[in-house]
Design a binder for this molecule. Sequence first.
Ligand SMILES: NC(=O)c1ccc[n+]([C@@H]2O[C@H](COP(=O)([O-])OP(=O)(O)OC[C@H]3O[C@@H](n4cnc5c(N)ncnc54)[C@H](O)[C@@H]3O)[C@@H](O)[C@H]2O)c1
Length: 470
Amino acid sequence: MKITRMLLIVGMLLLSTTGFCSNQANNSKQIDKTIKVVVPQRPAGQKDVLALRCDPIKTVRIGFVGLGARGTEAVRRFTYQKNIEVVALCDLHQWRVDSCQRMLQRAGMPRAARYYGAEDAWKKLCQRKDIDLVYIATDWVNHAPIMLYAMEKGKHVACEVPAALTLDEIWKVVDTAERTRRHCMMLENCVYDFFEITTLNMARKGVFGDITHVKGAYNHCLWDYWGDYNDNWRMLYNIANRGDVYPTHGLGPACQLLNIHRGDRMQTLVAMDSNPVSLPAYLSMHGKDAEAKAVKNGEQTLTLIRTVNGKLIHIEHNVASPRPYSRMYQLSGTRGFANKYPVEGYALESKDLPVEVTGGKQFTAHEYMPEESMLKLMQMYKDPIVKDMEQKAKEVGGHGGMDFIMDSRLIYCLRNGLPLDMDVYDLAEWCSLIPLTKLSLENGSMPVEVPDFTRGAWNRIKGYSHAFVE
Ligand SMILES: NC(=O)c1ccc[n+]([C@@H]2O[C@H](COP(=O)([O-])OP(=O)(O)OC[C@H]3O[C@@H](n4cnc5c(N)ncnc54)[C@H](O)[C@@H]3O)[C@@H](O)[C@H]2O)c1
């Protein structure tokens, strides 16, 4: 018995120092295979638009394209903005344009020019000389064509999420923004939610130490909403496409925490999904058996992303399963932890915090801090942006106020000739999960290289910041 055990140990030692180890090395070589994604060369004479500053615009003249649920809500919010003019309104449907026109009228604002009735009526809006900003809230497939045309006509653009769907679209948007030197911002409102913007401020001031892992998600059962989208565009996109097709609400706040293209960069991703079950069941229940059989979008899609600096991002997408809404929003750092869904909380060591926050209580980062300490901490680290407009944002609303903060920051930066809070590279990186997760999934969850959309400039700016007038 003893001899057998000894032989076993000697055998294992031999294996670990010879054959087994070299096999491992061979295996790890094979595992190292990553799907390479081509980065098109920047055209000669074209420069990046990092920290782009344009001429200040005293009164920002806006044309809105796409006046469905989201676009109409945007026009409503803009009736509360100062130093803007709503110059033009455009939708496929006249009734939607007229409904927004009435909203302007009720707010005592001048009548806007109206465009409707044709798929490309927005081109006429973009051709106007008296518009500075085209604000887009159509279905997804129209986003990139409208942004590209508007920038070619000299307009700044702000576009709903996700602003681009394929790598081809993304590169066209990046190239056009660089060539025309126009602002191109994706309207990712979740970075302005109160917990996220406060936590970002804390992270930037080092409260969590070195942040190593961040989570974000769009887990939102759309069962009650599928019927609301114009011509069923959202369901059709989910039927036709595998992958995380709505990544930006989770990824945007995560990338800001990790200073993506401001000192770090997403390098590799891997995606995995579960079979679609609830969407096919929904379609069958509505007598659409053929569509039910065709659904490509997984019930739950998970994406893991590793950055050049060795940080990890975990992103989820699920619009099908009955479950509570969650954008996850969780971070782990070397000094603490933050979590938003389902319970907002921070875990930090009381010894690292001022007594105004702890109230003299002792706690460790192994558990959530007491609620009164959390509220004091959030007060202490309230971002200047929130300090300025919290009350007004909550009155106007739009997802509790974050949408009003987003619009206000956009207008403030345009009026003052400042770089916008989110640039075209944020748009590119956050949207790139759509084609890249699809690529990974269709290749057995192989790792996929995330392109450097800045083409070499990702490390020039050190750390994420919001621009202010000096
Ligand atoms: N950030 C957020 O929190 C949030 C919330 C909801 C929706 N969204 C985004 O907003 C966008 C719109 O979503 P929605 O819920 O309002 O959808 P919707 O279907 O209600 O509205 C889309 C509108 O676009 C119009 N449209 C389509 N093609 C057009 C064209 N060629 N020219 C002019 N108008 C055109 C349609 O007529 C419709 O009125 C989507 O990108 C969606 O993802 C974002």
